[in-house]
Design a protein around this ligand. Structure first.
Ligand code: ATP
Ligand code: MG
Length: 212
């Protein structure tokens, strides 16, 4: 049995066409069922539904053989022990720095200065500001980062942006793009050795279905 870890929502939705291209249909709809283990049209392949941030953990420790996870999640988790053969180019967005419209970001990030940044992505934010030579006080948040600069909790946020409409609605300005983000296929290294043929075949099928 091969176990594929997916998260509900956009990663699940965007993975369906890739699975279909590999001849695989998921037999349950996670929006309608409460099942956490979904069968597929292939008797030797099942899908487990886990929280997006839990996908690397499942794959790293063998709770799943493969998974689909955002680059953001992989960078925060640490990529050790995970084979990343493929950029699936789904769930695309970017990691950016945003501030209040009236905040002077250029002045705040002059060499040797100090800035207060709220984010869920503390590893990515720490690395980014350290590369710029800016001292950063990081405030870890779990949701609605947009609120932080508006309430004075932080000067800036580091967050995922796709259309920018949430930032705009909250009078925030995207002042720096840190990196482009998309979802990757991750594979457990032991599984790749033990089930080399079927897993290789799956990777190849996904690879030919990736949209440029
Ligand atoms: P939850 O929303 O349950 O707290 P989450 O935010 O980690 O969990 P999703 O919102 O489903 O989960 O995001 C999953 C992945 O999709 C993220 O890790 C990221 O790579 C990508 N993603 C997040 N937001 C966007 C977006 N606005 N547009 C495109 N891709 C996104
Ligand atoms: Mg989300």
């Amino acid at each position: 049995m091969i176990t594929l870890a997916l998260s509900k929502g956009r990663i699940f939705e965007d993975s369906l066409p890739l699975l279909a291209a590999a001849g695989i249909e998921v037999l349950d709809d996670p929006e309608k069922s409460r099942k956490l283990i979904l069968s597929t049209s292939r008797p030797d392949l099942r899908v487990v539904l886990v929280r997006a941030t839990d996908v690397p953990t499942y794959v790293q420790y063998g709770g799943a053989d493969l998974g689909v996870a955002g680059k953001d999640v992989l960078l925060e988790h640490g990529e050790q022990g995970l084979y990343q053969p493929l950029d699936l180019k789904i769930a695309r967005c970017r990691m950016s720095v945003a501030v209040r419209e009236d905040f002077d970001y250029a002045a705040a990030v002059r060499q040797g200065s100090r800035i207060r940044v709220a984010t869920k992505y503390t590893q990515i934010a720490r690395q980014h500001f350290s590369d710029k030579g800016v001292h950063v006080d990081l405030i870890k948040l779990y949701g609605s980062m947009e609120l932080a600069p508006l309430t004075g909790l932080a000067d800036a946020i580091v967050d995922l942006v796709s259309t920018g409409s949430t930032l705009k609605a909250n009078h925030l300005l995207e002042v720096e793009r840190i990196m482009d983000i998309s979802s990757r296929l991750v594979v457990n290294q032991a599984a790749l050795k033990l089930q080399r043929e079927p897993i290789r075949a799956l990777i190849d099928a996904f690879a030919s279905a990736v949209q440029p």
